[in-house]
Design a protein around this ligand. Structure first.
Ligand code: PMP
Length: 415
């Protein structure tokens, strides 16, 4: 008989949270939905859905250039999202928040507008072995164009970053140190404070990929003192197609535009064009206005519960999940990092990751299977895919118990 870990108590504020997400009431395969694919995208609370509906039903209009009421209302609502995001991250002010389509576009923006003019052949860009493709491929493309070299810091067998090696790879030619805060595949929380400190000592700019941390813990960019931080709205209870880039104002001021078009210019003539100050310089064309409004509502939602409470609860829940999965017959965890948030990857001899995902779906359980856009990481562990369970504030130990029970069936049937 295996000892079961004690399930974490669910705080009052989070017991009610489940009710706030209408999709969690639906059934899949005739069973109540158990949604454990939050690292791919989180569900949306009613308040976010309502804010978007309200915008399209009563306020819809293009922003920034209109003088009529709808346009000024929509502009105020969109810019309110920027102000809220600046406060959420404790940026110096809202001009340090650039709206993008998400983490991927934010990284590409930094690659094009910040780094491209600074690198030449032989310069180095530093990342780790556990990066999402979004924090690999833009740098590879830049290296291809410039002759710069991508340096990859190793990780240990348990999925922890070899931080000493990462820091020792920072050299006189390192032009950027980029690192994922929390691994989307294996849940490792990286010691970004130490990395940023070491980079600052060597005057190396830093980029933090917070796509998998911003929804699980408090981030304070002034305390962190990173130069750039990227994130996606859809992974934090907000709409798809919008996210952001935090950049230190001095860095943003030094950068050329990313794309050209309307709204990002000060003046245009056929003799030449001048650009607006950041952040608008980086936001060409009509933005995702409804998305911005969804971001503002999403931040209100998270703050109404409290980020510390969410973090404390989720830390207990992910530990509970890791302990339960570890002692489930036939299940092997991929990565047992010393500090974990959000996600757990595993494999089974009984079934390929994709088959696990398909079988769990028949039980109403949504997990992700595949390489999770981390092919180099999969290769590091000698596998091609994992099944991944990832949590959000509305999950509870019953979700984990149901997952474990279903995996037990997979093992019995096919093991
Ligand atoms: N980085 C990490 C760690 C991620 O998990 C993801 C999304 N899976 C991204 C970057 C890219 O995010 P998006 O696709 O929303 O741009």
């Amino acid at each position: 008989m295996i000892d079961r870990p004690t399930p974490p108590p669910i705080p009052e504020a989070l017991k009610r949270a489940r009710e706030d997400f209408p999709i969690l009431k639906r059934e899949v395969s005739g069973k109540p939905l158990i949604y454990l694919d939050n690292a791919a995208s989180t569900q949306k609370p009613q308040s976010v859905i309502d804010a978007i509906t309200q915008y399209y039903a009563y306020e819809n209009s293009n922003i920034h250039r209109g003088v009529h009421l709808l346009s000024t209302e929509a502009t105020a609502a969109y810019e309110n999202a920027r102000t809220k995001l600046a406060a959420y991250l404790n940026a110096n002010d809202e001009s340090e928040i650039v709206f993008t389509r998400g983490a991927t576009e934010s990284i590409n923006l930094v690659a094009h507008s910040f780094l491209a003019p600074l690198v030449s052949a032989g310069d180095e860009i530093l990342i780790s072995h556990m990066e999402h493709h979004a924090n690999i491929v833009p740098w590879q493309l830049l290296c291809e164009r410039t002759g710069a070299v991508l340096k990859v810091a190793p990780i240990f067998d348990n999925g922890d970053l070899d931080t000493d090696s990462y820091i020792s790879l920072m050299g006189p030619r390192t032009k950027l140190a980029a690192i994922v805060h929390v691994s989307n595949s294996i849940g490792t929380v990286n010691p970004i404070e130490r990395i940023i400190e070491a980079a600052k000592d060597r005057s190396i700019p830093t980029l933090i990929d917070s796509a998998q941390s911003i929804q699980h813990m408090k981030l304070d960019v002034q305390v962190l003192d990173c130069d750039f931080l990227v994130f996606s709205g859809h992974k934090m209870f907000m709409p798809t197609g919008i996210g952001g880039l935090y950049g230190k104002r001095a860095k943003l001021d030094s950068m050329r535009p990313y794309q050209g078009g309307g709204d990002m210019i000060a003046h245009v003539s056929f003799d030449g064009t001048t650009f607006k100050a950041p952040p608008y310089r980086f936001e060409a064309g009509t933005p995702h206005i409804a998305g911005g409004i969804g971001i503002a509502a999403g931040i209100d939602y998270i703050e109404s519960i409290g980020r510390d409470l969410i973090h404390d609860y989720e830390t207990q829940l992910i530990d509970y999940a890791a302990n339960r999965l570890k002692s489930t017959a036939g299940v092997r965890l991929i990565g047992e990092p010393s500090n974990r948030a959000g996600a757990i990857s595993f494999v089974m001899n009984a079934a390929h990751a994709h088959d696990i995902g398909t079988i769990l779906d028949t039980e109403g359980i949504a997990v992700r299977s595949g390489h999770h856009c981390c092919e180099p990481l999969m290769k590091r562990f000698g596998i091609s895919a994992t099944a991944r369970a990832s949590i959000a504030l509305y999950n509870n130990h019953e979700d984990i118990d149901a997952l474990v029970e279903s995996l037990g069936k997979v093992h019995q049937l096919f093991g």
